[in-house]
Design a binder for this molecule. Sequence first.
Ligand code: CTP
Length: 392
Amino acid sequence: MLGITGGIAAYKAAELARLLVKGGAEVQVVMTAAARQFIAPLTLQAITGRPVRDTLFDPQHEAAMGHIELARWAEAIVVAPATADFMAQAAHGMAPDLLATLCLATEAPLLLAPAMNQAMWRNAATRTNTETLRARGVSLVGPAAGEQACGDIGPGRMIEPAEVLQALSDMLSGDSLAGRRVLLTAGPTREAIDPVRFLGNRSSGKMGFALARALVGQGADVTLVSGPVALETPDRVRRVDVETALQMRSAVFDALPGADIFIACAAVADFRPGQAAASKIKKTQEVMTLTLVRNPDILTEVAASSPRPFCVGFAAETDDVEAYADAKRRSKGIDMIAANRVGESLAFEADDNALLVLWEGGRRELAMQSKSSLATALVALITERFDAQTAT
Ligand code: CTP
């Protein structure tokens, strides 16, 4: 959640929103009434793809996602710029508007990027509020010193958006996988029929990329073998692009030595055309028959290799999810399986998903949530089981 309060630096919040979206975050902007004097909500809506929230008592919004729900939805709240007045409200637990209420109601970590006149920043009241907030675990980044919009020179300028982003990622990261090597597959595969056509599937790669991001956030060394997707490579992730299942398999085995964990998130085509035509197939006949041959099961092969990493697979099921997924876990010889219910508009291409995770002797349901927060939860669970297994 990106909170914007009323200061001239509010224009920088648009760039911060853009960087957050580019980095793969889902961003809900919440503005104060004063912020609207400085920057138009439409700008932020266009950048984030979500209408800006600004009132506490909006029946329409409250019916869709009430403010308490919104406070729970956020994995982190960044307020940039944070004015002296906003910091005073936060320090005193006041909740006069939606943003202050959310900051009071949330359990998510809070990051403030203060911006104000240098005299306001140096004022004893602001100093005390800053200390109070820090003592309660609120993170602050900036302000920077320099020339101010009002003509003064001194500390009080909002820090640059890229630095706010860095502070946020530092705040959210951990080191539960430091020193661990994780290999994962993501996206669809494309199996050539002829030079211009292929068999593919609807996998967007979002879940795999969200996992890669969550893994590096925990300090893992991540190699992501990806089929064709329209997603940016997360920072610090080594990405290997492939098209076909066979290419994916060889990229996986190239990167496998030394891997501690393997996560098979890709939707690998089970079959490929036996022989891709060398030139474009012409529509000369009324009926066309394609002969398909089985692709190797990459996950099963990795699970059968020796030494083998901790193996996690995915299962997409339309019914009897638990029984089918558990059977799949056993037949593939893997440590953990994350199953989701597919059909209608669920899972593929969607931004939200829910998972049922099974391992030998255990299960956990991860409720419907954004793929990025689901990835964080799944990485925590994988780490827990991986640690439990390596401890024995
Ligand atoms: N997988 C793989 N290589 C394949 C096929 C699947 O690595 N050639 C992995 C996927 O990445 C996923 C899991 O195996 O982790 C899915 O198994 P799969 O048997 O394909 O299950 P479904 O796709 O759910 O299909 P089905 O129920 O038809 O077997």
